[in-house]
Design a protein around this ligand. Structure first.
Ligand code: DGL
Length: 264
Protein backbone atom coordinates (compact mmCIF):
# COMPACT_ATOMS: atom_id res chain seq x y z
CA UNK A 1 0.00 0.00 0.00
CA UNK A 2 1.51 3.31 -1.14
CA UNK A 3 1.30 6.03 1.53
CA UNK A 4 -0.23 8.43 -0.98
CA UNK A 5 -3.02 5.99 -2.00
CA UNK A 6 -6.21 8.01 -1.48
CA UNK A 7 -9.42 7.33 0.37
CA UNK A 8 -12.22 7.84 -2.15
CA UNK A 9 -15.39 9.40 -0.77
CA UNK A 10 -18.38 9.25 -3.08
CA UNK A 11 -21.80 10.93 -2.99
CA UNK A 12 -24.28 12.30 -5.49
CA UNK A 13 -23.42 15.81 -4.30
CA UNK A 14 -22.11 17.72 -1.30
CA UNK A 15 -23.73 15.44 1.33
CA UNK A 16 -20.58 13.34 1.72
CA UNK A 17 -18.76 16.41 3.01
CA UNK A 18 -20.47 15.76 6.36
CA UNK A 19 -18.61 12.44 6.42
CA UNK A 20 -15.38 14.06 5.24
CA UNK A 21 -15.54 16.55 8.13
CA UNK A 22 -15.60 13.66 10.64
CA UNK A 23 -12.89 11.78 8.76
CA UNK A 24 -10.57 14.83 8.89
CA UNK A 25 -10.81 14.80 12.69
CA UNK A 26 -9.63 11.19 12.91
CA UNK A 27 -7.23 11.00 9.95
CA UNK A 28 -6.02 14.52 9.16
CA UNK A 29 -3.10 13.24 7.08
CA UNK A 30 -5.15 10.94 4.84
CA UNK A 31 -5.17 11.92 1.16
CA UNK A 32 -8.78 12.14 -0.01
CA UNK A 33 -10.50 12.24 -3.37
CA UNK A 34 -14.05 13.51 -3.02
CA UNK A 35 -16.27 12.55 -5.94
CA UNK A 36 -19.76 13.99 -6.50
CA UNK A 37 -22.07 12.75 -9.23
CA UNK A 38 -23.68 16.15 -9.69
CA UNK A 39 -24.96 15.16 -13.14
CA UNK A 40 -26.91 12.35 -11.45
CA UNK A 41 -28.26 14.36 -8.50
CA UNK A 42 -30.76 13.86 -6.94
CA UNK A 43 -30.38 10.09 -6.57
CA UNK A 44 -33.42 10.04 -4.30
CA UNK A 45 -35.73 10.64 -7.25
CA UNK A 46 -34.21 7.90 -9.43
CA UNK A 47 -35.09 4.24 -9.79
CA UNK A 48 -33.09 1.53 -8.07
CA UNK A 49 -31.75 0.31 -11.44
CA UNK A 50 -30.55 3.79 -12.45
CA UNK A 51 -28.81 4.35 -9.11
CA UNK A 52 -27.14 0.94 -9.10
CA UNK A 53 -25.87 1.41 -12.67
CA UNK A 54 -24.49 4.91 -12.04
CA UNK A 55 -22.80 3.99 -8.76
CA UNK A 56 -21.25 0.77 -10.06
CA UNK A 57 -20.09 2.45 -13.29
CA UNK A 58 -18.52 5.47 -11.60
CA UNK A 59 -16.87 3.56 -8.77
CA UNK A 60 -15.49 0.99 -11.20
CA UNK A 61 -13.97 3.71 -13.36
CA UNK A 62 -12.53 5.62 -10.43
CA UNK A 63 -11.06 2.62 -8.70
CA UNK A 64 -9.13 1.72 -11.87
CA UNK A 65 -7.96 5.29 -12.35
CA UNK A 66 -7.05 6.28 -8.77
CA UNK A 67 -6.32 2.93 -7.08
CA UNK A 68 -7.89 4.02 -3.79
CA UNK A 69 -6.97 2.14 -0.62
CA UNK A 70 -10.62 2.30 0.43
CA UNK A 71 -13.90 3.58 -0.97
CA UNK A 72 -16.64 5.14 1.12
CA UNK A 73 -20.11 5.49 -0.34
CA UNK A 74 -21.03 8.57 1.69
CA UNK A 75 -24.66 8.41 0.56
CA UNK A 76 -27.52 6.51 2.18
CA UNK A 77 -29.45 6.20 -1.08
CA UNK A 78 -26.56 4.70 -3.02
CA UNK A 79 -25.51 2.46 -0.11
CA UNK A 80 -28.92 1.00 0.70
CA UNK A 81 -29.37 0.14 -3.00
CA UNK A 82 -25.94 -0.66 -4.43
CA UNK A 83 -23.51 -1.49 -1.61
CA UNK A 84 -23.84 -5.29 -1.82
CA UNK A 85 -23.47 -5.34 -5.57
CA UNK A 86 -20.48 -2.97 -5.68
CA UNK A 87 -18.72 -4.97 -2.95
CA UNK A 88 -19.02 -8.07 -5.09
CA UNK A 89 -17.36 -6.55 -8.13
CA UNK A 90 -14.68 -4.23 -6.76
CA UNK A 91 -11.68 -5.60 -4.96
CA UNK A 92 -11.26 -2.63 -2.62
CA UNK A 93 -12.60 -2.32 0.94
CA UNK A 94 -15.90 -0.41 0.73
CA UNK A 95 -17.56 1.37 3.63
CA UNK A 96 -21.24 2.18 3.21
CA UNK A 97 -23.66 4.52 4.93
CA UNK A 98 -26.54 3.04 6.86
CA UNK A 99 -29.44 5.03 8.38
CA UNK A 100 -28.61 5.47 12.09
CA UNK A 101 -31.71 3.66 13.36
CA UNK A 102 -29.82 1.63 15.97
CA UNK A 103 -28.36 4.64 17.84
CA UNK A 104 -31.69 6.48 17.52
CA UNK A 105 -33.48 3.59 19.23
CA UNK A 106 -31.01 3.87 22.13
CA UNK A 107 -31.54 7.65 22.37
CA UNK A 108 -35.33 8.04 22.17
CA UNK A 109 -37.29 8.47 25.39
CA UNK A 110 -40.74 8.71 23.85
CA UNK A 111 -40.27 5.72 21.50
CA UNK A 112 -41.21 7.86 18.49
CA UNK A 113 -38.34 8.16 16.01
CA UNK A 114 -38.51 10.23 12.85
CA UNK A 115 -36.55 9.12 9.81
CA UNK A 116 -35.78 11.69 7.16
CA UNK A 117 -34.31 10.30 3.99
CA UNK A 118 -34.68 10.53 0.26
CA UNK A 119 -37.70 8.95 -1.43
CA UNK A 120 -35.49 6.12 -2.70
CA UNK A 121 -34.02 5.43 0.76
CA UNK A 122 -37.21 5.42 2.81
CA UNK A 123 -38.78 2.73 0.61
CA UNK A 124 -35.82 0.31 0.84
CA UNK A 125 -36.13 -3.15 2.34
CA UNK A 126 -32.74 -2.37 3.89
CA UNK A 127 -34.55 0.19 6.08
CA UNK A 128 -37.35 -2.30 6.87
CA UNK A 129 -34.69 -4.76 8.04
CA UNK A 130 -32.94 -2.15 10.22
CA UNK A 131 -36.30 -1.21 11.73
CA UNK A 132 -37.12 -4.84 12.49
CA UNK A 133 -33.69 -5.54 13.94
CA UNK A 134 -33.05 -2.39 15.96
CA UNK A 135 -36.24 -0.41 16.49
CA UNK A 136 -38.49 -3.09 18.04
CA UNK A 137 -40.92 -1.53 20.47
CA UNK A 138 -40.46 1.93 18.93
CA UNK A 139 -42.43 3.65 16.22
CA UNK A 140 -40.35 4.63 13.15
CA UNK A 141 -42.01 7.48 11.27
CA UNK A 142 -40.52 7.89 7.82
CA UNK A 143 -40.66 10.97 5.63
CA UNK A 144 -38.91 11.79 2.35
CA UNK A 145 -38.49 15.54 2.62
CA UNK A 146 -38.86 16.85 -0.94
CA UNK A 147 -36.41 19.63 -1.77
CA UNK A 148 -34.09 19.10 1.20
CA UNK A 149 -31.22 17.77 -0.89
CA UNK A 150 -31.45 20.74 -3.23
CA UNK A 151 -31.66 23.10 -0.21
CA UNK A 152 -28.44 21.65 1.21
CA UNK A 153 -26.72 22.00 -2.17
CA UNK A 154 -27.96 25.60 -2.46
CA UNK A 155 -26.78 26.44 1.07
CA UNK A 156 -23.26 25.34 0.18
CA UNK A 157 -23.40 27.49 -2.93
CA UNK A 158 -24.04 30.43 -0.60
CA UNK A 159 -27.80 30.75 -1.11
CA UNK A 160 -30.22 31.14 1.82
CA UNK A 161 -32.61 28.18 2.16
CA UNK A 162 -36.39 28.83 2.23
CA UNK A 163 -37.79 28.37 5.79
CA UNK A 164 -41.13 27.16 4.34
CA UNK A 165 -39.39 24.01 3.13
CA UNK A 166 -38.32 23.06 6.65
CA UNK A 167 -41.74 23.87 8.05
CA UNK A 168 -43.33 21.47 5.56
CA UNK A 169 -40.74 18.81 6.40
CA UNK A 170 -41.56 19.16 10.11
CA UNK A 171 -45.27 18.92 9.26
CA UNK A 172 -44.60 15.79 7.18
CA UNK A 173 -43.15 14.06 10.27
CA UNK A 174 -45.41 15.55 12.94
CA UNK A 175 -48.57 15.00 10.90
CA UNK A 176 -48.26 11.19 10.87
CA UNK A 177 -49.75 9.00 13.60
CA UNK A 178 -47.51 9.36 16.67
CA UNK A 179 -45.59 12.17 15.00
CA UNK A 180 -46.26 14.67 17.77
CA UNK A 181 -44.19 12.45 20.13
CA UNK A 182 -41.05 12.39 17.97
CA UNK A 183 -38.03 13.29 20.11
CA UNK A 184 -35.28 11.82 17.89
CA UNK A 185 -34.79 12.22 14.16
CA UNK A 186 -32.48 10.07 12.04
CA UNK A 187 -30.89 12.14 9.29
CA UNK A 188 -30.78 9.28 6.79
CA UNK A 189 -29.29 11.31 3.98
CA UNK A 190 -25.78 12.71 4.19
CA UNK A 191 -27.02 16.06 2.86
CA UNK A 192 -29.32 16.67 5.81
CA UNK A 193 -26.77 17.48 8.56
CA UNK A 194 -25.87 20.46 6.35
CA UNK A 195 -29.35 21.88 7.10
CA UNK A 196 -29.64 20.55 10.66
CA UNK A 197 -29.88 24.05 12.11
CA UNK A 198 -32.90 24.84 9.89
CA UNK A 199 -34.53 21.48 10.68
CA UNK A 200 -34.01 22.07 14.41
CA UNK A 201 -35.68 25.46 14.17
CA UNK A 202 -38.66 23.91 12.38
CA UNK A 203 -39.02 20.83 14.62
CA UNK A 204 -38.41 22.52 17.94
CA UNK A 205 -35.48 22.47 20.37
CA UNK A 206 -36.52 19.26 22.15
CA UNK A 207 -35.67 17.07 19.16
CA UNK A 208 -32.27 15.37 18.94
CA UNK A 209 -30.70 14.47 15.61
CA UNK A 210 -28.53 11.49 14.78
CA UNK A 211 -26.60 10.69 11.62
CA UNK A 212 -24.00 8.17 10.56
CA UNK A 213 -21.02 10.42 9.84
CA UNK A 214 -18.99 9.77 13.01
CA UNK A 215 -19.57 6.04 12.83
CA UNK A 216 -18.43 5.93 9.20
CA UNK A 217 -15.27 7.90 10.03
CA UNK A 218 -14.50 5.49 12.88
CA UNK A 219 -15.01 2.52 10.55
CA UNK A 220 -12.61 4.00 7.97
CA UNK A 221 -10.00 4.65 10.70
CA UNK A 222 -10.41 1.08 11.93
CA UNK A 223 -10.03 -0.45 8.47
CA UNK A 224 -6.91 1.61 7.70
CA UNK A 225 -5.30 1.12 11.11
CA UNK A 226 -1.50 0.92 10.92
CA UNK A 227 -1.39 2.23 7.32
CA UNK A 228 0.91 5.14 6.44
CA UNK A 229 -0.63 8.31 4.98
CA UNK A 230 1.14 10.91 2.88
CA UNK A 231 -0.65 13.75 1.10
CA UNK A 232 1.62 14.60 -1.83
CA UNK A 233 -0.68 17.21 -3.38
CA UNK A 234 -3.76 19.08 -2.15
CA UNK A 235 -6.94 17.02 -1.97
CA UNK A 236 -9.27 17.25 -4.93
CA UNK A 237 -13.02 17.28 -5.57
CA UNK A 238 -14.17 15.62 -8.79
CA UNK A 239 -17.60 16.23 -10.26
CA UNK A 240 -19.62 14.81 -13.11
CA UNK A 241 -21.40 17.29 -15.35
CA UNK A 242 -20.49 20.88 -15.97
CA UNK A 243 -17.50 22.28 -14.10
CA UNK A 244 -18.90 25.79 -14.57
CA UNK A 245 -22.12 24.80 -12.77
CA UNK A 246 -20.10 23.31 -9.91
CA UNK A 247 -17.83 26.37 -9.60
CA UNK A 248 -20.06 28.13 -6.98
CA UNK A 249 -19.30 25.18 -4.65
CA UNK A 250 -15.55 25.82 -4.76
CA UNK A 251 -15.46 28.04 -1.65
CA UNK A 252 -17.38 25.48 0.45
CA UNK A 253 -15.20 22.64 -0.86
CA UNK A 254 -12.10 24.58 0.21
CA UNK A 255 -13.49 24.83 3.75
CA UNK A 256 -13.40 21.02 3.77
CA UNK A 257 -9.80 20.99 2.54
CA UNK A 258 -10.63 20.23 -1.11
CA UNK A 259 -8.38 22.73 -2.81
CA UNK A 260 -9.01 21.75 -6.42
CA UNK A 261 -12.22 21.19 -8.37
CA UNK A 262 -11.96 19.03 -11.49
CA UNK A 263 -14.13 17.08 -13.91
CA UNK A 264 -14.57 13.39 -13.38
N1 DGL B 1 -26.70 12.28 -0.08
C1 DGL B 1 -27.56 11.25 -0.54
C2 DGL B 1 -28.00 10.33 0.59
O1 DGL B 1 -27.35 10.22 1.60
C3 DGL B 1 -28.76 11.59 -1.37
C4 DGL B 1 -28.84 12.79 -2.18
C5 DGL B 1 -29.60 12.59 -3.49
O2 DGL B 1 -30.84 12.44 -3.49
O3 DGL B 1 -28.91 12.59 -4.51
O4 DGL B 1 -29.00 9.65 0.49
Amino acid sequence: MEADAPILLFDSGVGGLTVLAELRKLLPEAPVIYAADLAGLPYGEKTEAEIAARVAGLLGRMSERFKPRLITIACNTASTIALGMVREVLHVPIVGTVPAIKPAAAMTRTGAIGLLGTAATVRQKYVDDLEREFAQGNRLIRFAGPGLVEAAEAKLRGEAPDPALFASTAAGLRGQPGGEDIDTVVLACTHFPLVEEELRAALGGGVQFVDGAQGIARRIAYLTQGEAFLRKSPDVALVTGSLAEAAPLAAALKRYGLERLESL
